[in-house]
Every structure is written in C-alpha cells, then in structure tokens.
Design a protein around this ligand. Structure first.
Ligand code: NAP
Length: 348
C-alpha cells in the first residue's frame, strides 16, 4: 500500500508527541508536516518541542519545521491534538479544504453528524461521515475520539450492555497527570495530593459513552439510555487513567458470566486487522490488586483495556476497576486506529 501523507497539529504537546512517537515506522502513514503555537512556529521540531516521552524523538522528526495550524500542508490526513477552543475553527477549515481530520479535541464530539469513534465499540458510526460531507459540503471530514477517561469505561461496558443490558453506572476516576497536557498541573498542586476536580470532565464522562454505545441508523445516533454518574479526580500518576465502576444490569447474572462476556469480547475481523489494533481488546485480571497504572498501562502497547477486581456490589450488581492508557488508546493511538478504520473501509 502506498503510504498516506499525514500532518500532526499541536505536535509539541502531550498528545502530539505521542502521535509522533506512534507514527514512527507506521506501515500506512508517513509524517510530512507538524504544527505548534506561535511559541514554536518557525523552529525545528527538535528546538520547539520539549520531548517528555520515554525514548528519543524520532530522527526524521527533528529537522521538520513547526508550521502554523492552517490548510496548505502537504498531507491528506490530519491528526489534531489542538486545544478545543482552537480546534473549533481550525478543524473545519481543514475538513472543508479536503483533509480527513482525526481529532482529539472535544469541540465536535457530540455533533449529530460527527462520529465519536472507538473501532472495537462502534465501527458502524463511520456512516455519519457521508451525512457530514453532504450537510457541510465538505470533501474532507472530522472524526473524533472520546475524552481519555471515557475510552476504557466504554470498552468495558460494551460487552455488558450487549449481553445483559445496563440500567445505571457510577464512576470514580483516578486520572493521570499527562491527561492535563504539558506542562499541565503545577507540581505544588499535585505532589502529595489528589485534586478532586477536573474542569468539564464529569460532563464528558456522563455523555460521551452514551453516544458511542448508542445505535446509529446511518444518519444519526440514538444515545444509549442508561444513566451515568461520575466523579473525576487527578492523581499523581504519570500515565494511565483508572476508573472504579459500579453497575446495575438489566438482567442480573453471575460473576462468571460477566467475566466470560468481557473476556470473549472481540471486535469484527476487519477491526482486529488494523495495524494499531491490539491483539487483546479487553484483558480481565484475576489478582486482587490489579490493574495498576505502572504495571498494566503498557498492555498491548498501550492499546489494551485492562479490567480487574470484578466482584459483586452490595447495593447494585457489579463492581470492577478499569485501566486505559490515556495518551495511547485514549488519544493518539485511538486516533490512528480511527484513521486506519476509515481507510480500510474506503471512506477516503
Ligand atoms: P498540550 O500538551 O497542552 O498541547 C497542546 C498543543 O497545542 C501544543 O502542541 C501547543 O503548541 C498547541 N497549541 C496551543 N495553543 C495553540 C495555538 N494558539 N495555535 C496553535 N497551536 C497551539 O495538550 P494535550 O494534552 O496534548 O491535548 C491536546 C488535545 O487533546 C486537547 O484538545 C485535549 O483535550 C485532547 N486530549 C488530551 C488527552 C490527554 O491524555 N492528554 C487525551 C484525549 C484528548 P506549543 O507547544 O507550540 O505551544
């Protein structure tokens, strides 16, 4: 397959760096352009970017110039890691100029004609792209991935919803520092501390999973109808968002059937074959003290969702803990997988 040219917008940030790292040696994509803010435009990527990921900045990226975030880049696909306020105007400008935009920002996630996509969960929602192009008169498109805390929660709820139905879900998150971007939360707020508030996060966690778990008729999505209540907390962990889940099922069942449903959850063959898809979508651990961010966030190169402590709940039916790597499956890796899916399905 001829490699497609891709640009990364916001390439100097927490998610942008992850894109650059994951695109190194990607079999389908080659990076031709990187963008940043006024702070870094005009520099080379090596000079403008304070590389904070393990390992070195890929060699090919070092001398690429940091560009303005505007159409005109030599690329077909655009991965956006821009702040939402900026994405609001920049992403449509690219989509209307014919670029296929894969966004991590929240600006368009809940729009009726914009897919909010996790390939293992709702691949059929890509149909919305045709509607979007028609309605907005775009030759490109915008496809979004969800807020990084919603990712693991949604992947783990999917087999439960499909097999037993869901009535109510209560969530308590323990979110990593990298989720706040770079430089993110000041050290004096974070060290020896837990911050029990993340702006806008609870609202996203209470709405985005319902869109992704809803039914798509090709034109719009009817959101799933169960209730979600969420508390969000920032904790002093570098990467990996953990969420404690308590759920009430439509059809109460045994723990072994719940674990079976999660362990046997497998996406369509076409999704499994995407270059960024993990070998195992959902791993269920049986130890009493797993998952843990430091030990389990790297499972499936950061693309596997890890569940543990599946047990009965004294008030509702079920409790468990779920962990997902926020900048890989929850952001850059998920976005690459979305682009791979649209390409494999011939949407562009
Ligand atoms: P970040 O570390 O703050 O990075 C923001 C990036 O946007 C930087 O490259 C920055 O460039 C660039 N930027 C800022 N203002 C700009 C401007 N006026 N013009 C052009 N570029 C500008 O943030 P992040 O955590 O990577 O998040 C990026 C997006 O992904 C956000 O919408 C966020 O909500 C979403 N997201 C983040 C995560 C996560 O785990 N971090 C997960 C899912 C989704 P300079 O460095 O050159 O200033």
């Amino acid at each position: 397959m001829k490699k497609r040219k891709v640009a990364v917008l916001g390439a100097t940030g927490s998610v942008g760096q992850r894109f650059v790292q994951l695109l190194d040696g990607h079999p389908w994509f080659t990076v031709t352009a990187l963008s940043g803010s006024e702070r870094t435009v005009g520099d080379t990527y090596q000079r403008g970017c304070r590389w904070v990921l393990p390992g070195d900045m890929p060699e090919w990226a070092r001398d690429l110039p940091v560009l303005h975030s505007e159409p005109g880049m030599d690329a077909e696909i655009v991965f956006s890691a821009l702040p939402s306020a900026l994405a609001k105007t920049v992403e449509p400008a690219f989509a209307s100029a014919g670029y296929q935009v894969f966004s991590n920002a929240s600006s368009y996630r809940m729009d009726v004609d914009v897919p909010l996509l996790i390939p293992e969960v709702n691949p059929d929602h890509i149909e919305l792209v045709h509607q979007q192009r028609k309605r907005r008169n775009w030759s490109g498109c915008i496809v979004t991935n969800c807020n990084c805390t919603s990712t693991g929660v949604t992947v783990s709820l999917k087999p439960l919803l499909d097999t037993f139905g869901l009535r109510r879900v209560f969530l308590v998150s323990l979110q990593a520092i990298s989720g706040a971007g770079y430089p993110g939360v000041p050290a004096l707020d974070l060290a020896d501390n837990v911050v029990p508030f993340i702006q806008g996060e609870e609202e996203k966690l209470e709405s985005e999973p319902l869109k992704m778990l809803g039914m798509c008729d090709g034109k719009r999505v009817s959101a799933a109808s169960f209730g979600i209540s969420a508390h969000c907390n920032r904790v002093a962990v570098s990467d990996g968002h953990m969420v404690c889940v308590t759920a009430e099922l439509e059809q109460p069942t045994s723990l072994s059937r719940i674990v079976d449903a999660m362990e046997s959850f497998a996406p369509a063959q076409s999704v499994q074959e995407l270059p960024s898809s993990p070998h195992q979508v959902l791993q269920v651990r049986s130890e009493s003290d797993r998952p843990q961010p430091r030990r389990d966030r790297g499972k499936g190169a950061g693309m596997t969702t890890v569940v543990g402590r599946v047990r009965e709940d004294s008030l509702l039916h079920l409790r468990y803990v779920v962990l997902s790597h926020n900048t890989i499956k929850g952001a850059a890796g998920g976005s690459l997988q979305n682009a791979e899916l649209l390409l494999a399905k011939g949407v562009f």
